[in-house]
Design a protein around this ligand. Structure first.
Ligand code: SF4
Length: 229
């Protein structure tokens, strides 16, 4: 993988890129969106689907069931129908119920606030032992719901990170998490995550990046035509 020199080169890109993105998209401060357990279930629903379909399924789930206990105890076939807009409902519904049962069995309540007290590596490990929860979901829950130092790598960050050269070409998304965490200062994880996603959606798009409108050309391996990694 990376030698030390290349890592230092990757890391040196952080400050100028972060400044340019902050200039372009403004300051971002963390604020909790969903409660922690809602965030976890929302992430499970979001796997292999669009944000719109995930939101439709999550809204259906919340309006059908008043509590997470009710979701856990719902007849499986009924729950599958409720979350069908998210796709893969046959897999996601039992997964959600299994996760809820496990939380209650281990912690005595349907609540994952205990993650806020765990050392970060332990919290990541615990989350990734849940069926259907990988490094991305674990990092989203810890970063978004608790503002803890975990850097989620989604498809935009995976692509933009490789183009700029934060990540070696061809690295898997799962392996990209610790690499980004080594490059970005922990206090900046949330803001930089949001900035890179925004950049991936608006300018550094998958099929046709708009390099002519991008303020990162001086730091971008893709723009310079380098073959890195
Ligand atoms: S210069 Fe082009 S490839 Fe590089 S980050 Fe900007 S839009 Fe993406």
């Amino acid at each position: 993988m990376d030698n030390i020199d290349r890592f230092e080169e990757r890391k040196a890109k952080y400050t100028p890129v972060a400044l340019a993105l902050r200039e372009l998209y403004g300051d971002i401060n963390w604020s909790r969106g969903l409660p922690p357990l809602d965030e976890l279930v929302d992430c499970i629903l979001s796997q292999s689907t669009t944000d719109i379909n995930r939101d439709r399924a999550f809204e259906a789930l919340k309006s059908r069931y008043p509590t997470w206990d009710a979701v856990r105890d719902a007849p499986l076939q009924e729950l599958i129908e409720v979350i069908r807009p998210a796709g893969l409902a046959n897999q996601k519904a039992p997964r959600i119920q299994e996760v809820l049962c496990r939380i209650e069995a281990e912690h005595g309540a349907l609540n994952i606030d205990f993650l806020n007290e765990m050392p970060i590596d332990e919290a990541k490990r615990w989350l990734t032992t849940l069926n259907g929860v990988g490094p991305k979901t674990a990092a989203i829950v810890l970063c978004f719901a608790f503002n803890r130092p975990a850097f989620p790598v989604d498809t935009h960050i995976h692509r933009v990170g490789q183009r700029i050269g934060f990540l070696p070409l061809g690295v898997s998304a799962d392996k990209a998490h610790p690499l980004m965490e080594a490059i970005v200062p922990p206090a900046d994880y949330y803001a930089f995550h949001i900035h890179l996603i925004t950049h991936g959606r608006k300018i550094c798009q998958a099929r046709a990046p708009k390099c002519e409108r991008c303020p990162l050309t001086d730091y971008c391996d893709y723009y310079k035509g380098y073959k890195t990694g």
